[in-house]
Design a protein around this ligand. Structure first.
Ligand SMILES: NC(=O)c1ccc[n+]([C@@H]2O[C@H](COP(=O)([O-])OP(=O)(O)OC[C@H]3O[C@@H](n4cnc5c(N)ncnc54)[C@H](OP(=O)(O)O)[C@@H]3O)[C@@H](O)[C@H]2O)c1
Length: 277
């Protein structure tokens, strides 16, 4: 079984560098998918209130028998629950659905700038952190301008910013800003949602060279850059494949070939414009 190395967050908490994402996994299937991932060796699970599968995720965690301190559970507050009091209520709901007494990482899912409430939301996060109900707090889909404001108006620097990041959207400026501020970069849709990225000839060629799959090459690229990754799959063979990425390394030529694929092309929404919910 692969051993996933940790990233040390800015408050000293260890987070596995590779975890399991469950977006678009219906609650009824989440229990099986998460159980398969835990059996394959994953110890970090990334869910969110809006995914509607915190209950299934929690059931798999409870049934696994894995000691709680060996697991790292992330969930996220949804856009409609921004604001201090609403966030505290949303956290209680998430925790109850997960069946846990704390989460390891709580994220603001989107800055949703038109609401202009993410600072209040984050102040509720600081309370949850001070109360020991979350081991680390962070954000998702925050642009450097949102982070700058948050850091200026609150006291706990976010531990993580989870952003869309894959070979077509390499996020150089954001990664540089995070590094300067001590914020870990976590990549969502690390495989580009399994679409075009895995068929790019340069990636297929690198996979053939190493006797690996394109998905393994892309995950290895993230890991060697220092990104945290949370690939999603409901397919047992892919769940196993995606964690089997610690027995080989990409060389400088491979890394350069993947770096050359950046197109600044998003699959998801632009954080400056996404205010749904
Ligand atoms: N914070 C945010 O706003 C945000 C947004 C999007 C995602 N996320 C998080 O990031 C996680 C991952 O992102 P994602 O689900 O969008 O995309 P992803 O992990 O990049 O790709 C998942 C897709 O790729 C397929 N796949 C997985 N492993 C594969 C492999 N080895 N070979 C070929 N295809 C493979 C999966 O198919 P099967 O499942 O059919 O096997 C699925 O369709 C999410 O689950 C969620 O936790 C966060």
């Amino acid at each position: 079984m692969s051993k996933v190395p940790p990233i040390i967050l800015n408050n000293g908490v260890e987070m596995p560098q590779l975890g399991f994402g469950v977006w678009q996994v219906p609650d009824a299937e989440a229990e099986t998918a998460v159980a398969t991932a835990l059996e394959a060796g994953y110890r970090s699970i990334d869910t969110a209130a809006i995914y509607g599968n915190e209950k299934g995720t929690g059931r798999a965690v409870a049934a696994s028998g894995i000691p709680r301190e060996e697991l790292f559970v992330t969930t996220k507050v949804w856009n409609s629950d921004h604001g201090y009091d609403a966030t505290l209520r949303a956290f209680d709901t998430s925790l109850a659905k997960l069946g846990l007494d704390h989460v390891d990482l709580y994220l603001i899912h989107w800055p949703t700038p038109a609401r202009d409430r993410y600072v209040d939301t984050y102040k509720a996060f600081e309370k949850l952190y001070a109360d020991g109900r979350v081991r680390a707090i962070g954000v998702s889909n925050f642009l450097p301008e949102h982070l700058e404001r948050l850091i200026g108006e609150t006291s706990v620097v976010p531990a993580v910013n989870q952003i869309e990041l894959h070979p077509h959207l390499q996020q150089h400026a954001a990664r540089e800003y995070h590094a300067e501020q001590g914020i870990a970069t976590e990549a969502w849709s690390p495989l580009g949602s399994g679409k075009g990225i895995l068929e790019i000839p340069a990636i297929v060629a690198i996979a053939q060279k190493h006797g690996r799959t394109p998905a393994q090459v892309v995950l290895r690229w993230h890991l060697q850059l220092g990104n945290i990754v949370i690939p999603k799959s409901v397919t047992p063979s892919r769940i196993a494949e995606n964690i089997d990425v610690f027995g080989f390394s990409l060389d400088a030529e491979d890394l350069a070939a993947i770096s050359a694929l950046n197109e600044d092309r998003r699959l998801g929404s632009h954080p400056a414009e996404f205010n749904a919910g």
